[in-house]
Design a binder for this molecule. Structure first.
Ligand code: ADP
Ligand code: MG
Length: 316
């Protein structure tokens, strides 16, 4: 059994009348890429701030590396790399000097630090920008600098709070691949996001949060097994009548069939050949069929089934 790196037990955090975290319990093991997935306002950043003792909480206990975490636990903090949601770098320092500054909080030996800083620069791909000031960097490069500042001292636990928000696809891929590499090199990762695709892509275990509650937890496969949806069939078809829709609804394994703006969406639970059965009904009525595709459940479906609402808006 891998060691427990982080243990959060019954954490409660209130902001006046608002309960931002409501008895949150989490256990993160060594070697995991642990995902905290939830919509904006679900309590991800509050969890991270409590975890790091940056924020006082009302109730609960937090251990990191088997020791109680307090605001003065410098020995624990030294082993943690933190990449905050809001980029936190100094505008008056160059890329190199920013990384050197943050690394210097933990590593005082000059030679060793130089090696670490250069490694971090290579790692995030900022070799061509070492003399740039943050204001001259694009959003994606700035995020990469933020990450380099957090990881240069080679922490054992790396916490990234929404590191890919408003980042171009190239930087996003680089960041996600970088996280996987840090994990392969031995770091335990905590990764928060409201992008379910990213969490699916890189996380070995996921806790889904909503309104300060953990609503589900497991690997992505386990999470998907918790819900009844096994397949969603989409068919572009014109002028579908209520009668035909009712026939589709009545097919075995179909628990929801909706027709909207020329698209038939059929949610199925179990069974084989669902797609063929749906198409047979349409064929029998001589309907013109356009694009057809079938989707496996996503973490969005998990969130939708448990909470009754979508994880995020389509246009986001
Ligand atoms: P997330 O990171 O998942 O978007 P947050 O942890 O930032 O969520 O916020 C959780 C809830 O706490 C939200 O309802 C948010 O509005 C509220 N909140 C966060 N920070 C504060 C604060 N400093 N004062 C009052 N309310 C806050
Ligand atoms: Mg947040």
């Amino acid at each position: 059994m891998a060691d427990t790196v982080v243990r959060i037990d019954n954490l409660v955090k209130r902001y006046k009348d608002l309960i931002a975290l409501d008895h949150l319990t989490l256990e993160i093991k060594e070697g995991e890429v642990f995902g905290l997935l939830g919509p904006n306002g679900s309590g991800k950043t509050t969890t991270i701030n409590c975890l790091l003792s940056l924020l006082a909480f009302d109730k609960g206990e937090i251990d990191i590396f088997g020791k109680k975490m307090t605001p003065t636990s410098y020995d624990i903090k030294r082993e943690i790399g933190i990449i905050m949601q809001n980029v936190a770098v100094f505008d008056e320092l160059t890329v190199y000097d920013n990384i050197d500054y943050f690394c210097g909080l933990y590593i005082t030996d000059k030679e060793e630090r130089k090696k670490c800083v250069e490694e971090a620069i290579r790692f995030v791909g900022l070799e061509d920008f070492t003399k740039f000031y943050p204001k001259k960097l694009s959003g994606g490069l700035l995020r990469r600098l933020n990450i380099a500042c957090g990881i240069a001292h080679k922490p054992k636990l790396i916490i990234l709070d929404e590191p890919t928000v408003a980042v171009d696809p190239q930087s996003r891929n680089r960041i996600l691949e970088g996280i996987e590499e840090l994990n392969r090199n031995g770091a335990t990762i905590i990764y928060t996001s409201h992008y379910m695709e990213e969490v699916e892509q890189i996380c070995t275990r996921i806790a889904i949060m909503d309104k300060g509650h953990k609503i589900a937890e497991g690997t992505k496969e386990e999470l998907k097994k918790m819900i009844k949806n096994t397949e969603t069939i989409n068919v572009e078809v014109r002028d579908l009548t209520d009668d035909i829709l009712a026939q589709v609804s009545g097919l075995p394994h179909v628990y929801s069939a909706v027709y909207n703006e020329g698209r038939l969406t059929v949610a199925c639970s179990g069974g084989k050949h669902n797609l063929i059965r749906v198409l047979e009904v349409l064929q029998k009525h001589d309907m013109h069929i356009g694009r057809v595709y079938s989707e496996l459940p996503t973490l969005n479906d998990v969130f939708l089934e448990i909470t009754g609402k979508a994880l995020r808006d389509k246009e986001e």
